[in-house]
Design a protein around this ligand. Structure first.
Ligand code: SF4
Length: 195
């Protein structure tokens, strides 16, 4: 049976992110969207009115009805690797609106919040070793913190793992260390009830 993007997003919703991430990683590089079915089309249909992160998904699908058929058919016909990368990019950028990877915005809300809570130690270690990975914000921050506090880290590998330049990685590490110093130097917050 052919795997569909909906199979991958449903598995992710159940907490199994591996199939979606592995598929998205096959669409490497900056030009991953060249084969997308939506490439060159009017993007307005991918932003249906009345759909947003706070909308109720089932009611929204019923209410928007036929207007969703066109964009969702394009998503369903999109190459699986492209659709998976599309969905991962939307989660990574925390995109609240629009149809991405076959999910309308309200359907994507639950997946967005699960993605933000993701804290996969294995993904952090792989990124530190230079394997480019789709990281949640928490995982990305952990990679930067570990790089900034471990002088033995391999900067070239970590930059590759995060998909950023060496210079930008060093800047992020400096910012992290500066922030930590400020936090450690700050006086403890007095309780309002303290005498
Ligand atoms: S899955 Fe993403 S890239 Fe593919 S048609 Fe839908 S919105 Fe476009």
């Amino acid at each position: 049976m052919r795997t569909k993007i909906s199979d991958l997003s449903e598995a992710a919703l159940r907490g199994d992110w591996d199939p979606l991430i592995r598929e998205s990683e096959k669409a490497q590089g900056k030009h991953w969207a060249e084969n997308a079915r939506c490439a060159g089309r009017n993007t307005n249909m991918f932003f249906p009115r009345g759909d947003g992160p706070q909308s109720e998904p089932v009611e929204t699908v019923e209410r928007l009805g036929l207007s969703l058929v066109g964009p969702l058919n394009l998503c369903a016909a999109c190459p699986l690797t492209t659709a998976a990368r599309c969905l991962i990019e939307a989660l990574r950028d925390d995109e609240e609106f629009g149809i991405r990877g076959g999910l309308i915005a309200s359907e994507r809300s639950a997946l967005r919040s699960r993605w933000q809570q993701r804290a996969d130690k294995g993904a952090v270690v792989r990124a530190l070793r230079g394997s480019t990975a789709a990281l949640s914000k928490a995982e990305r921050n952990e990679v930067i913190a570990r790089f900034a506090t471990d002088p033995t880290s391999d900067a070239a590998a970590v930059a590759r793992g995060l998909g950023i330049t060496h210079e930008y990685l060093l800047k992020l590490a400096r910012t992290y260390r500066q922030k930590r110093r400020t936090e450690l130097a700050a006086p403890p917050v007095q309780s309002a009830n303290a005498a």
